[in-house]
Every structure is written in C-alpha cells, then in structure tokens.
Design a protein around this ligand. Structure first.
Ligand code: SF4
Length: 525
C-alpha cells in the first residue's frame, strides 16, 4: 500500500472512530499537547488512567489531543521497517511530531516495543539525547513507573513516577512557562516525583518515588465511551484507589503503594453521566470496598449494566452475585495466583481452597455460565506437588461449575519483596503447563499466557536503562522472542544500576540487604 493511501485510510479510520464516541467534553479545540498511548486505540481507550489524564488536561484548559499506536504496528513480532503509516491525533488529524509536548502513558514492560514503533514511525528522534530545539518534549509516565521505569529513561525527556493527575498538568505548565528546551525540562524535573530522562547520553538521574494524587482529584473516571474499546461501551470509574493487602509479588501491595483509599459511595455515583448504560468499577481491590454490594445494587436498580475488576473469591455473597447477574455478568472471574494452599500462604495471598470451592458453589447456584480463575505458575519455591494440588482442586471445582484457568508466569518486580527472584525458565514453565494440561484431561479449559513473553517482561522489569537499548535492537531485528533474547545478550549492562523508591528505604533499614537483593540475572545464551 502506498503512503498516500495509507494516509487516507488512517484519516477515514480516525473519523469513523470519532463518530462513534460519546462524551460530554468538547473535543474540537486547539492543543499543543498530545497524549500518546503505545498500544492501539482499542486498548488505550480502555485505560482509565489515560482517559482520566485526557479529561483533566481538557477540563483545566491546557487542552490535549489523543494519539494511539496504529493498529498494524501492534504485533510484537513485526518485520522492520514496519509498514508506513501516518501517526495522527484523533481530534485534529495532526501528525504526532507537530505537537510541542507529548505525554506518553506506559502500562507495562512489553509496551516499550509500541513506544519505539510509535516514535520512529512518527519521525520523532527516539532517544532523548538526540532531540533538538524543534522536536517535541517527551514526558513519560503510567503504571509501569510504579515498579521499574528504568528502561524508559533513554526515551524520556522527563519521567513522571506514579499517579500523575496533579503532576502532569503541573509539569506541562512548567514546560510552557520556561524559555529554551533544556531550561524547560529542568524546571519540570524539579517537581517532586519526576526526574529528567537521559537527555545527556549516559547520565541517569536517580529514580523518584511514585507520586500519590491528592484526594480531591479522585475518583478517576472516563472521558469518552466507545464501542471500539476493549471494554466496549463501558463508562469506567474508580470507587477506590490502591490496595491494603500485601501479596508479596504485587506492585500494588499496600505497604509500598500507599494503601487503599476508599471514596464515599456518592463520589463515584456523582460523576456517572446520564448516557452511561454500563459502568465498570475499576480499582486494584474493588471487592474490598465495604459498600461495594450497595454500590452495585444501586447501579443495577438504576437500569445500568455493571462490570467489576478483580473479584475476590472470599467476598462473593448471594446478594452480590444476584446483582452482578442482573447487571449483565455471565462469567465470574476470581484470582488465586498461588497454585496451592502452600504457595498462596507463601505469597501472602489470603485466598484459601475453601473460598474457591464455596465461590464455585455460589456461582453455580446463581446460574452463571462459567467460573474463571487466574493462576500464576513459577513463583519461588513452587514444586510438582503444588502443581498436582492445583490439578486436584481444579477437577473438584469443575465437578461443581464449568471452569476456565488462565495462567501467567511469575515475573519478579522491583518495589516488591520478591524483587530479584529468578525467572522459572521458559522450558520449565512450558513443562509445568503440560503437566497441568495432562492432569486436567480436557475437563477444564486452559488459557495460558506465553512463558516466552513473561521471560522478556522479566528482563525488562529487572534491568536498568540498558533494557531500553536492548528493546530498540530487538524491535529492529523483528521483535520475535529470539530477537529479544539475542538483543539482551548483546547489550552490556550493569545489574542494579538504579535504585528505586522503597529499595532505598529497605536498604537503610536492613543494612546489607542491597547485596542480598542484587541476585545476579540469569546468563543469557
Ligand atoms: S494481588 Fe491484589 S490483593 Fe494482593 S496486593 Fe495486589 S492488588 Fe492487593
């Protein structure tokens, strides 16, 4: 396809998408700021954080336009150079490179490939150190900054760590008020919870701790509803933020991420617009919300559909399930993570076998089609005995209720107690999945995520900024798993070049902990 026809296709797609959006915001306004998402429209429009920042910048008079990764650049494995596409904003159909300031939200490690494709495809110098006075200033933030944003530093002029509702507008005002590119970046970099990216080749500022948004900016909620989002036609709102629990593998755990902030029931209800027919209650620990049942009942009684993120098996009650069923639920999904009682205890995941069995019975009684349980293999200390226990329990649950198990492979994250723990290994993870598959004898549906991509995620999560350079090489080599592994092996790196947030605090408390936490990375073939 020629570039010209690619351009008219892209414009037609953008217009069709705009026509299907419902919002109370005025979208057609000029803006010098673009908010970019390194995954396609469908994914970005389901991100509550992205939607919230977009809304706040517009409400506060700064104005911003959205830009997404063109759909054809989504596959991780994609020959380089990628097919040519214009990278245009949804609101103004303007090239991304024409905006003075670009904010990028990165949700998780593997989106780095999308970020590389987006910038190179848009003709913006990829590395911060290579941008000049006429190039956009690039701010990077998003959920990934809660664990290890090191790999983002080569691409960022400015990094914003943690919740950015107050910081992004403040940083943009600093940038707009200063004279000259460097002065502007330095002024914004003086704000708390921000740091300057690698604008000087080889110099990395210490990573800041993640920010916490002021209570008066909560709840986060959608700006735009669209049938094309992954969460199609759902208005998202966050009735609580964070989690008070302490699962040792989780970046959102209370003691590092600041705990759970509960909003009165009226606050999320007050922001739901008349046009919202389905409401998604989103948050790290929504089912720990004391008034969740009441909130769901209220929404259902007002004639709306309801979706709830992250249900806990030990919090399901008959009334709650009845309302979820009235609210349009067909499958109830709960998380177990640890695959045996012993592993759940070791991970501080306070879900017991009896909770899962009782949940299955309740789900069956209320006529749901299916129960889905999230499992995570490969956490430290897991053995075949744990795998066999999972098989036994899954078969028992399947005798009560139709069951699907989803599997991820454990990835150690910075800023958690399991940071530095090794990755299980791709072959080992595949063998473990195979043992489970054989044991379940087709009586339970299995949906495993690829252990190969978990391995890449692990390397990106554990390395310092060199991971950003390895990612560029991997994307240019075609983005397949083998390309990533070769790229990491060919990239020199210093393990633990940067410390992060509570790692510093941990070290102060425990003296020699830094050594223990510096578990060497696996040698790559
Ligand atoms: S896994 Fe869930 S319950 Fe555990 S700390 Fe994370 S968000 Fe909280």
């Amino acid at each position: 396809m020629s570039h010209a026809s690619g351009k008219s296709d892209e414009r037609a797609l953008i217009r069709a998408r705009r026509d299907r959006e419902t919002t109370t915001l005025r979208l057609a306004h000029p803006a010098e700021v673009a908010l970019a998402y390194p995954s396609p429209y469908r994914v970005g429009m389901s991100s509550l954080g992205f939607q919230t920042l977009y809304r706040l910048l517009n409400e506060q008079g700064i104005g911003t336009h959205r830009v997404f990764l063109p759909d054809v650049w989504e596959p991780l494995a994609l020959p380089w150079p990628q097919p040519s596409r214009p990278v245009l904003s949804i609101e103004a159909e303007r090239p991304l490179s024409s905006y003075a300031i670009i904010g990028v939200s990165v949700a998780y490690e593997l989106e780095l490939a999308g970020l590389i494709r987006l910038f190179e495809g848009a003709g913006i110098p990829l590395l911060a150190a290579e941008r000049g006075p006429r190039d956009p200033i690039v701010l990077i933030g998003g959920p990934l900054t809660n664990s290890n944003p090191s790999a983002l530093l080569p691409f960022a002029d400015l990094l914003i760590a943690g919740e950015a509702e107050h910081l992004l507008p403040a940083a943009i005002r600093e940038l707009q008020g200063a004279h000259g590119r460097r002065a502007a970046i330095e002024a914004a970099g003086a704000l708390p919870n921000t740091c300057i990216g690698e604008i000087d080749r080889g110099y990395f500022a210490p990573l800041p701790p993640p920010a916490r948004a002021p209570d008066d900016l909560l709840p986060a909620y959608s700006a735009i509803v669209t049938p094309e989002a992954e969460l199609a036609d759902i208005f998202l709102v966050e009735p609580e933020r964070g989690c008070s629990r302490r699962c040792t593998f989780c970046v959102m755990r209370g003691s590092t991420a600041g705990g759970m902030r509960i909003l009165d029931m009226e606050r999320p209800l007050a922001v739901i617009p008349e046009y919202a027919r389905r409401v998604g209650l989103v948050g790290a620990a929504v089912t720990d919300l004391p008034h969740l049942e009441e909130l769901v009942a209220h929404l259902v009684e007002s004639g709306r559909g309801v979706a709830v993120s992250s249900l806990r098996a030990d919090r399901l009650t008959p009334r709650f399930l009845r309302d979820l069923e009235r609210g349009g639920y067909r499958t109830i999904t709960v998380a177990s993570d640890g695959i045996s009682e012993r592993m759940r205890l070791a991970l501080d995941r306070k879900i017991r076998e009896q909770h899962l069995l009782r949940a299955a019975a309740l789900i069956h009684e209320h006529g749901f089609h299916r129960m889905k349980i999230y499992q995570m293999i490969g956490a430290p200390g897991e053995t075949d005995a744990d795998v066999d226990e999972l098989i036994r329990l899954a078969l028992e649950i399947a005798s009560i209720q139709r069951l699907t198990l989803t599997f991820s492979t454990f990835v150690a994250k910075r800023n958690t107690p399991l940071d530095g723990q090794p990755f299980l290994g791709v072959k080992e993870a595949e063998a473990r999945l195979q043992r489970i598959r054989a044991g379940l004898r087709g009586r339970v549906e299995m949906r495993p995520q690829s252990p190969r991509w978990a391995h890449v995620e692990y390397l990106l999560a554990q390395w310092g900024p060199e991971a950003g350079y390895a990612a560029i090489r991997a994307v240019h080599d075609g983005g397949r798993y083998a390309d990533w592994i070769r790229a990491f092996a060919a990239t020199p790196h210093a393990p633990r070049a940067l410390r992060y947030g509570d790692e510093d605090a941990w070290e102060r408390r425990k003296g020699k902990a830094a050594e223990r936490r510096g578990v060497p990375l696996p040698v790559l073939a």
